[in-house]
Design a protein around this ligand. Sequence first.
Ligand code: SF4
Length: 65
Amino acid sequence: MRIKADRDVCVGAGQCVLTDPDVFDQGVDDGIVWLLAEVPGPEHEDKVREAVSLCPSGALSIVEE
Ligand code: SF4
């Protein structure tokens, strides 16, 4: 699993960070998403899928590898 985050689409709502703070972070100034792990470990897969479904802007997507 590889995560893609479109920083042009993100609205900084922070749902992803609340869902898995080991994988997602936000810029201090703009609140826009940063990926801490583009390829998360298997133990994060469920949370990452939840974060993708919760993201209100559709900025997050998953590429299966
Ligand atoms: S949940 Fe979506 S809109 Fe909110 S910070 Fe994360 S990527 Fe951006």
